[in-house]
Design a protein around this ligand. Sequence first.
Ligand code: UDP
Length: 370
Amino acid sequence: MYDYLIVGAGLYGAVCAERLKAAGKNILVIDKRDHIAGNVYTENIEGINVHKYGAHIFHTNDKRVWEYITRFIEFNRFTNSPVANFKGELFSLPFNMYTFNKMWGVVTPEEAAKKIEEQRKEAGITEPKNLEEQAISLVGRDIYEKLIKGYTEKQWGRPCNELPAFIIKRLPVRLTFDNNYFNALYQGIPIGGYTKLVENMLQGIEVRLGVDYLKEKAELDKLAEKIIYTGPIDAYFDFSLGTLEYRSVRFENELLDMPNFQGNAAVNYTDSETPYTRIIEHKWFEFGKDAEGNDLPKTVISKEYSSEWKPGDEPYYPVNDDRNQALYAKYKELADKESKVIFGGRLGEYKYYDMDAVILSALVKSDTLE
Ligand code: UDP
């Protein structure tokens, strides 16, 4: 008999497992995949840690989270500075003075602010009601058209005026020459990969892989007093109230015989014609462009294709629009009645969580458990 059965060996599950074990609990972690680490899983290919379920760049302003996570592995000093490619024209991201200069030829912050204000006025937006209006009022119509509209509609498969405004607020806008994507004090990539990080967190904890909880629920439930479930909340209830929508992502990975494909970890293709949203070149997450390792003769790239989730696909992004939020609220009511089960993480809480927020939420939850 275990004190806790943890369903899912991703970040949420790993943090809970580690904390509860430290508190003296007897833990079993299961995952239906044949590997740990959930969607932060990395696989070493030719000396390069490939982010198999999409790029993960750790960033946080939370000292507790940073101090906690760095107990398990050392992080490098990677700074995310993606480049946007609009039909061969390159722009700096996030939106900053380099972007505004390239777009409009403006040189000072005052000129940039004036240009954005002009375009906002022209659009007549006072209170942004959706992603399109939010984007135009933040950066003006030109940037919306070239760097946001195509990318966002590819990523979400929905028109920008039907998407929630909060999605675009994730992106910083600044009137400085600063290409650092995240406004975060602490950032980096675990040296040796995320899989190693999660492996270290789960050290000494029993983990069974290739076990599908929902298929063997009755048997597995008998093994533990309590359950921490990090899978999709709607699947837990057998989709009885309907299906929550997710976006899924498909990756086309290529191992190339060249040392440098695109000179940057992430290049976003922001037009609507290119079928993929971005290309990730994994080596640049690990080796500074001027550091040892950048002379590896090979490189691994991943083209990222976004698609609507259907049963059997991997769910990636919850679609937090009104319809889905309302449905989630109903599932949450059911979940609250399951006294033995704690629902957590991106899929368990149907939330567009960053890694640091997942870790924090698992830490806070673990503090309350006994
Ligand atoms: N986005 C955009 N153009 C870009 C990059 C991002 O319009 O070049 C928008 C898009 O709507 C996306 C959101 O910003 O869904 C958040 O982007 P982020 O890079 O934070 O997404 P993630 O890395 O989580 O996929």
